[in-house]
Design a protein around this ligand. Structure first.
Ligand SMILES: Cc1cc2nc3c(=O)[nH]c(=O)nc-3n(C[C@H](O)[C@H](O)[C@H](O)COP(=O)(O)OP(=O)(O)OC[C@H]3O[C@@H](n4cnc5c(N)ncnc54)[C@H](O)[C@@H]3O)c2cc1C
Length: 467
């Protein structure tokens, strides 16, 4: 039996690999880096699921249909693809169930992120969810590799440079190992190489499709150079196509590290920080947006603030919000990305604004939260907003950053890579951030880890059944 070849060892490749094993196949997973994990290990807010056991336990009412509706709204009428959104949302609770039951991942906490109508972003009580989920799947694959049956193999420092094709069928890959040797492997292929959010070369995907973003910092690892996009579109005959390549998500909250403010690669300030009640302030200490709006909206408002000379923008958390997301905040504090102030007066002093003015921002926010007045920016979801200005505050300087690439390889809901006429290319599957069109013009927070798991599982199952 030929193994299924998985290109990329982030969450999607790992999900595909385990799915192959569950469906009786063998698997070889290659990653060009020395360590597996990709961007998946960095994910800090969580993974979406609608209709999960954790939601039921917390009395959160949700359904795949509500999740579908929120995703269509976020994707926009022109770019929403109902068949892909249905695959994502209807498989979301089973994906969460798979991670918790088959792998024992803790996803017991549920929070709300921008653009969602209800809390559905899951994480555990330990560290960052991306690491918690991905490292668990990694360990289990290593354990499979060590079993005498030898159904799984992991090749690190193995960069796939070409897809092999016989007539119209993809039959394997060519890769370069750590010594620069070129080697071949035979079998059906799942591309799970991630996005192109670090491809800033002059002829790269960002320069080609979004030249306006070339100067922006990124939160992506340096592996995210769109290798899978190139592999799939470089097949000698009957090649794949790319869609929505100009749809690049700029996340509003990358940390500006005071020690290296110009750094091209930045840490992400997790969206969960706003979910637990973090608010955004101009340099004068005023709010300017509903912090719970979708990412594209918040980013656009931040650009206005910055271009009007009212930056830098600060993300500010009161004590209750910081306590709710304590492990994240402790990490950001340890890295010097957030600073702690004893009370709001100290924050005002640091910002060089009058304590009265900034105080009035917080008083007004509390009044909007209690329903006495309507928030002028339309905010309706408030959390931890009963902020005591004499208690401590956490403050960070933030800037928009390249975060996620919505465009990519055209697939159907069965993770088949499609050619220009919409026909599946035999022997070729793709999953995770490399695929395009699932999120239209804006991806909802928490839906990328989900996309990695959902389409990874589908791709693995279909590739295993092919042989
Ligand atoms: C800082 C940060 C925070 C995020 N937070 C969240 C969140 O909270 N929730 C959420 O849903 N999403 C989040 N995202 C997005 C999400 O993490 C990613 O979109 C998702 O993990 C992508 O998974 P993937 O498996 O497709 O790709 P990746 O995890 O990026 O893995 C791709 C792998 O492919 C390998 N590879 C690439 N090219 C080759 C090649 N030629 N040959 C062999 N191997 C190759 C890479 O080395 C890498 O290991 C976040 C992203 C970032 C950057």
């Amino acid at each position: 039996m030929e193994p299924v070849i998985i290109v990329g060892g982030g969450l999607s490749g790992l999900s595909a690999a385990h799915s192959v094993l569950e469906h009786g196949g063998k698997v070889v997973l290659l990653d060009k880096k020395q360590a597996l994990g990709g961007n998946s290990v960095k994910a800090s807010s969580g993974i979406n699921g609608a209709g999960t056991e954790s939601q039921a336990r917390l009395n959160i009412s949700d359904s795949p249909q509500d999740f579908y509706d929120d995703t269509v709204k976020s994707a926009g009428p022109e770019l929403a693809r109902p068949h892909l959104i249905t695959a994502l949302t209807s498989n979301s609770a089973p994906a969460i169930n798979w991670l918790t039951k088959n792998f024992g991942v803790d996803l017991s906490l549920v929070s709300i992120l921008g653009g969602h109508s209800t809390p559905r972003t899951h994480r555990g009580t330990g560290g960052a969810p991306g690491w918690a989920i991905t490292s668990t799947l990694m360990k289990k694959l290593v354990a499979e590799e060590e079993k005498p049956e030898k159904r799984a193999r992991i090749l690190k420092n193995a960069k796939v440079i070409k897809l092999l094709q016989t007539e119209n069928k993809v039959t394997g890959v060519e890769y370069e190992d750590g010594q620069g040797q070129k080697l071949k492997l035979k079998g059906p292929v799942v591309i799970a190489t991630g996005g192109f959010g670090a491809d800033f070369s002059p002829t790269g995907f960002i320069a080609t499709h979004r030249p306006d973003l070339v100067q922006l910092p990124t939160v992506n690892g340096d592996h995210a150079t769109g290798d899978g996009h190139v592999l799939v579109t470089s097949l000698p005959s009957h090649s794949g196509v790319l869609v929505d390549m100009n749809q690049v998500q700029v996340h509003p909250t990358g940390f500006i590290d005071p020690a290296q403010p110009e750094a091209k690669t930045k840490f992400l300030a997790a969206e969960a920080l706003r979910g637990v009640g973090g608010i955004l302030l101009t340099k004068d200490g005023s709010r300017f947006v509903d912090e719970m709006e979708k990412r594209d909206f918040v980013t656009a408002k931040m650009w206005e603030v910055i271009q009007n000379g009212n930056g830098p923008v600060r993300l500010v958390l009161g004590l209750q919000a910081a306590t709710e997301l304590k492990s994240h905040c402790d990490f950001y504090l340890s890295k010097g990305l957030m600073r702690k102030f004893a009370n709001l007066g100290e924050v005002a002093e640091d910002m060089r604004v009058s304590p009265k003015e900034i105080q009035s921002t917080f008083v007004a926010h509390k009044s909007y939260a209690s329903g006495h007045e309507k928030d002028p920016f339309g905010k309706t979801y408030f959390r931890n907003s009963d902020i005591d200005i004499e208690e401590s505050f956490l403050v960070a300087l933030i800037t928009p950053v390249v975060h996620y690439t919505m465009g990519g390889v055209l697939v159907d809901e069965q993770a088949h890579v499609l050619d220009a006429s919409g026909k599946p290319i035999l022997g070729l599957y793709a999953s995770g951030e490399v695929i395009g069109g699932v999120h239209g013009k804006n991806r909802l927070g928490g839906s990328s880890l989900l996309e990695a798991v959902v389409f990874g599982r589908i791709a693995g199952e279909n590739a295993a059944k092919l042989e």
